[in-house]
Design a protein around this ligand. Structure first.
Ligand code: ZN
Length: 243
């Protein structure tokens, strides 16, 4: 049996699938991974700081002007569209096979693709709130404003993304954990599983249908029931029948 047929078979047998996804899901929509070698080089050569510093809470508080310049240029991808991975996962949820998507990506593409239960562990660029009065602003407001985006009340409008030095949102993390514990199949894709929280979340899964889909090997490969080293969009697209 081919890897895709094995994956199809596992999906067929399951009714409470959870997907846990990393940066690789977004890069296939043309969104660069700022943690990649090239992303780190670009940040240091253009801004003088590595991404972890530029995207830290203390840097945001000290240099909001530089933060937003970097943030707009790198993290906001207005024309990015969901790829076959996003569409396949939304389709699995519609079919009643998948209960949740947990993602480390902040681009909101799972929601754009039609997924309903999405735990955005690192937040979303689509949600932004005034730090003073908590008024909501969309991503367009941030991308179209100049300098530090300001609310009508004068407060700074901060993206609802988890910066370095900030903790994860408790309810979001708890929701992901609860769904993974109840899952009868866990598909992990587009992550090398070397960074928190994905590497920690996988430990909550107790079933025997753990599938890892990633272009390169991961430290968890030996625990998985199926490992596919290929494009996440191609694999999920073929397994679910998304063109
Ligand atoms: Zn305000």
């Amino acid at each position: 049996m081919s890897e895709i047929d094995t994956l199809k078979d596992l999906i067929e047998k399951s009714g409470r699938i959870v997907f846990l996804g990393g940066a690789g899901v977004s890069t296939e929509s043309g969104i660069p991974d700022f943690r990649s070698e090239n992303g780190i080089f670009k940040a240091i050569s253009e801004y003088g700081y590595p991404p972890e510093t530029l995207l830290s809470r203390s840097f945001f508080d000290r240099h909001p002007d530089i933060f937003f310049k970097y943030y707009r240029g790198l993290l906001m991808n207005g024309d990015a569209k969901p790829n076959r991975a996003h569409l396949a996962l939304a389709e699995l949820e519609r079919r009643g096979k998948l209960t949740a998507v947990a993602t480390q990506n902040i681009d909101g593409l799972h929601t754009d693709a039609g997924s309903k239960t999405v735990f955005e562990l690192h937040g979303s660029i689509k949600r932004n709130y005034c730090m003073k009065c908590h008024k909501f602003y969309d991503d367009k407001f941030i991308s179209e404003s100049d300098g530090v985006p300001r609310c009508s009340c004068g407060g700074i409008v901060k993206p609802d993304v988890v910066l370095y030095e900030e903790g994860l949102d408790y309810d979001t993390l708890n929701g992901a954990v609860t769904h993974i514990m109840r899952a009868d199949m866990l598909i992990v894709g587009g992550t090398s599983l070397q960074v928190y929280p994905a590497a920690g979340l996988i430990d909550y899964y107790r079933g025997d249908r753990l599938v890892l889909i990633n272009k390169s090997k991961t430290p968890y490969d030996r625990y998985a029931n199926l490992v596919i080293n290929d494009s996440i969009g191609k694999v999920l697209g073929e397994a679910v029948g998304i063109e």
